[in-house]
Design a protein around this ligand. Structure first.
Ligand code: MRU
Length: 350
């Protein structure tokens, strides 16, 4: 399986997703600041992977802390959590992972642990978050694969694969599991402007796994659906509101509307850590606006004329009415999401 991110003794190693597929380079982060920068600059990206990176970054930062005494250590812990929380606003897995680290810290502090003991506890929690994410992807894959018929032609948007998680992937986990069941699957990977997660990362992962992959630009999805060349859509998510409205990479909404128009099922695959019941609907999901340069340039080459204004919202919201099912590690949830997602959490906590 792909090594998306690894917490070693005193360093976090992550594959540099900005460089793929041309170069397979690894970035070594030696402190929390370097991890925060890696998340911001998208060395590592994808909602679950960002959460894992933040948890590991907090664990590493606190392991290397020079704080004297528990009080100073607690102040530094809070600052490190704030640093991670300021990296990217949309993927709720980031805040979910930080909250898990805060709860672990609070339990240790309550038990009167020393900074050294707290640091061991934080590292254990970060590793747990990582391992749980891989297990969740496998479980999502098993549930989701049932929705994918043999010989299906599946469209996916962005990269919701091993690179976007701790391993195996959410949307790509569903595809992988279907292939592991012996089904013949053909994948259409939307290019995903402007960062090209589909063309660069999804295609790279799937080709490495020997899965039949065709890269298309976003604008090709509609005509291919109309021509009967696509059977279903499966995407990942950055945040799912209580009513099922789903924020995912910009362009997902367009794909969902197109799927609806052509009568094709549109599935979202995401762990429960992506569901945010405290956000009632998609209008309340914060949408990250990224650097204009991602749109105006390709590498160092300028694509747009000086003086042209640029917009670069990194995510959009797909209204719940377009979503046929939300595939999670606890099963597939169907509309009305306002009821089924709430119930999912109640039974997960029971
Ligand atoms: O900006 P990115 O690359 O972090 O956006 C990633 C996505 O939108 C993914 O589809 C989403 O995080 C799900 S990853 C399993």
């Amino acid at each position: 399986m792909l090594p998306t991110i690894e917490l070693q003794d005193d360093v976090i190693v992550m594959i540099d997703q900005r460089k793929l597929p041309a170069q397979e380079l690894y970035v070594r982060c030696r402190n929390a600041q370097e991890v925060a920068k890696a998340i911001r600059t998208m060395v590592i990206r994808g909602a679950p992977a960002i959460g894992v990176a933040a948890a590991m970054g907090i664990a590493l930062g606190m392991k290397k802390s020079s704080a004297r005494g528990t009080r100073q250590y607690a102040v530094e812990f809070q600052k490190t959590c704030d640093l991670m929380a300021a990296t990217r606003p949309t993927a709720v897995n980031l805040f979910w992972a930080i909250d898990r680290m805060k709860r672990a810290f609070a339990e240790g502090a309550q038990a009167g642990e020393s900074p050294e003991e707290l640091s061991v506890r934080l590292e254990r929690e970060a590793r747990r978050i990582h391992d749980e994410d891989v297990a969740n992807c496998r479980a999502m894959g098993a549930y989701g694969a049932e929705m994918v018929p043999d010989r299906a032609r599946v469209l996916t948007h962005c990269n919701a694969g091993a690179l976007a998680t701790a391993g195996y992937g959410s949307a790509l986990g569903v595809i992988r599991a279907a292939v592991e069941q012996g089904k013949t699957i053909a994948v259409f990977a939307d290019e995903t402007r402007p960062f090209l997660q589909g063309a660069r990362l999804t295609a790279w992962e799937l080709v490495r796994d020997g899965i039949n992959t065709t890269v298309i630009t976003e604008s090709m999805a509609g005509p291919l659906m109309r021509a009967g060349e696509i059977d279903l859509v499966v995407v990942g998510a950055d945040r799912i509101a209580a009513n099922g409205d789903t924020a995912n990479k910009i362009g997902t909404y367009t794909v969902a509307v197109l799927a609806h128009e052509h009568g094709l099922p549109f599935y979202v695959a995401a762990p429960l850590s992506t569901i945010d019941l405290s956000t009632p609907d998609g209008d309340r999901i914060p949408i990250e606006e990224r650097d204009q340069r991602e749109v105006s340039h390709l590498g160092s080459s300028r694509l747009t004329p000086e003086g042209a204004k640029i917009r670069n919202p990194a995510f959009d919201v797909t209204p719940h009415r377009y979503i046929a099912g939300i595939i999670t590690e606890k099963g597939i949830f169907r509309p009305p999401y306002i009821e089924t997602l709430g119930a999912a959490f109640e039974s997960a906590l029971a």
